[in-house]
Design a protein around this ligand. Structure first.
Ligand code: CAA
Length: 285
């Protein structure tokens, strides 16, 4: 987009740093915001590592890596987004946190710009309702790992207008991604289909249908999935999986979306997957 040059990214976690990475590599200036300095440092170091991986694989040159790193500024204050041309929010998946961020972004940023959310399951219509510009609020849902996965789910809230939708579609294309348009219903498409599959795999494990390795192998070898569902749940984070299942259960109201008791138990025990070193599998080394 010729009129979009500076992108604000809110949240430097797994998704936020991946989003900053792909925008910077595509030639945009990026302002990456997080409440914690530590999170920003960690996010930048992940971007550096992932860009280096792309250099090693000869996907990009060393100069492109340096240019991308040089295009990212960091800050701990949302006020730093005052002059950006587009914002994408990738903060924690907590409704109240996101609502507050959007209320603030609405006041801070120029009122003609689009405010997008990378939410994986929270209603875009409800997020948009926190602002005075619901027609310019939209979902731009990237997949993990962001530099690798081609999909961007583009979610239209009830009030989202065509201009906003076109803006996000063009941006996604410029990042080399494939945008797919979806209406605002719980879980959109990606998580409405993916999470019940993961949840069912956890039921299979809980009921002793087979071992975790066997469940994953069936889906990898039989269905060509790059990761088995239990391995993927660990990769996504079991807390994230549980919170999305709750959104599906509450929003669609059917028993088939009830979170598996074993998933609840794993989250209660703090076994959240790769990020804690322990999930269905052990990542301690
Ligand atoms: N940054 C940049 N490049 C990366 C990367 C990263 N973070 N992670 C992996 N890569 C690259 C590697 O360099 C490699 O590149 P080449 O193909 O050029 O060699 C390629 O990706 C594959 O990586 P690896 O060989 O290291 O590992 P792999 O073959 O086991 O693949 C994987 C890893 C891409 C993660 C693959 O296992 C996969 O696709 N898994 C499924 C991921 C998935 O389903 N994601 C969606 C999760 S759901 C979600 O995100 C939505 C939500 O709301 C919860």
């Amino acid at each position: 987009m010729s009129d979009i040059k500076v992108i604000g990214v809110v949240g430097a976690g797994t998704m936020g740093n991946g989003i900053a990475h792909v925008f910077a590599l595509a030639g945009y200036e990026v302002v990456l915001i997080d409440v914690e300095e530590d999170a920003l440092e960690q996010g930048m170091s992940t971007i550096e590592k992932n860009l280096a991986r792309q250099v090693k694989k000869e996907k990009i040159s060393g100069e492109e890596k340096e240019a991308a790193l040089g295009a990212i500024r960091t800050g701990t204050d949302l006020e730093d987004l005052r002059n950006v041309d587009f914002v994408i929010e990738a903060a924690v998946e907590d409704e109240q946190v996101k609502f507050e961020i959007f209320r603030r972004l609405d006041k801070i940023t120029r009122n003609e710009i689009t405010l997008a959310s990378n939410t994986s399951s929270i209603s875009i219509t409800e997020i948009a309702a926190q602002t005075q510009r619901p027609e310019k609020v939209i979902g731009m849902h990237f997949m993990n790992p962001v530099p690798v996965m081609k999909l961007v789910e583009v979610i239209k809230g009830l009030a989202t207008n065509e201009w906003t939708t076109e803006t996000v579609i063009k941006l996604a294309n410029e990042l080399g991604k494939t945008p797919v348009q979806v209406q605002d219903y719980p879980g959109f498409i990606s998580n409405r289909i993916l999470m019940p599959m993961i949840n069912e795999a956890i039921f299979c494990l809980m009921e002793g249908v087979s071992s975790k390795k066997a469940i994953d192998e069936v889906m990898k070898l039989g269905m060509g999935h790059p990761m088995g569902p239990l391995e993927l749940a660990d990769f996504i984070g079991l807390d994230v999986c549980l919170s999305i299942m709750k959104v599906l259960h509450n929003g669609l109201g059917e028993d088939k979306y009830r979170p598996c008791p074993l998933l609840r138990k794993m989250v209660s025990s703090g076994r959240l997957g790769r990020k804690t070193g322990q999930g269905f599998y052990d990542y301690s080394d």
